[in-house]
Design a protein around this ligand. Sequence first.
Ligand code: CU
Length: 336
Amino acid sequence: MHRRVATVVARATPTAAYLMPLRVFHSVLEPAGPQAASITWLWWVMFAVCAAVFVIVLGATGAAMLRSWMRSDASARAGESTLGAAVAAGVGLTVAILFGLLVADIRAHRIVSSFGAPSAVSIAVTGHQWWWEIEYEDATPSRRLKTANEIHIPIGRPVVFKFASHDVIHSFWAPNLQGKRDLVPGISSAIWLQADRPGIYRGQCAEFCGRQHAHMAFDIVAESDADFERWLDAQRGSAREPQSEEALRGRAVFLARQCAFCHTVRGTGAYGNVGPDLTHLASRGTIAAGTLPNSRGHLAGWILNSQTIKPGNQMPPNPLEAGDLQALLAYLEELR
Ligand SMILES: [Cu+2]
């Protein structure tokens, strides 16, 4: 079932082809970790109780209509004596049901909001209009690393997410793994979550944050410990040295244009932080917060004029001469 659904979702959210089979349907009803499972459980409890109440109320209404249609005056008077008892039973049942749902709600909330075992992985997420800045924290500053929009986590271990916002209120929501958490400017907050099985879990900003709010998605890639550590090590490294003449020229273009004012490519002297860190851009499945697949053609379109793709975003158009553009693309594609 996952696979069939995955191809449907693929059209909506681009992913690197080799990762496709891992894409999981974006849904609260397909939980992949303990926090999401408790939310799903609560959803089903509410659904079952409300469905039962709905059927009972409709049944009682139908029965009452049928009786009033068939009854004589004498039986109407007899009915009045049972009316008080029926109302009392209804009120009692309602209170009991609401109390039961309250208990279920508190149970789910405790699981969702409790912090588990001390976790080795701590990820700071900062919301920007309209992308996600991701920083892996580490006690050793040189081992901290920044990336954007694609979050890797190990499976079977709790991961702490710490939230902040750079501008307006955003909301971090990966429905298969956790509930929503708002990113409010000036206020820091945290959640923890855990993924029990490998997969790519789509997330989406869930609080209207401006014109491109709908184009503010992210991916959580849950993988084995070994894969995760390999990924971390690769991401910690500085940018690769250009491997070809063309890429070398591309780096010169990158550094000569304003790109470096807004973007960081570690190891090159580009240390801007208005836009996403591009040190390992080519390792990511998508660009512009899940808006486009990370392919050469899409990158070219984005760089020339991102305003036609995501109007209003903070990156200005870059009219580049064809040779410079090709060189720049060759360089960016080497940033694995
Ligand atoms: Cu947002």
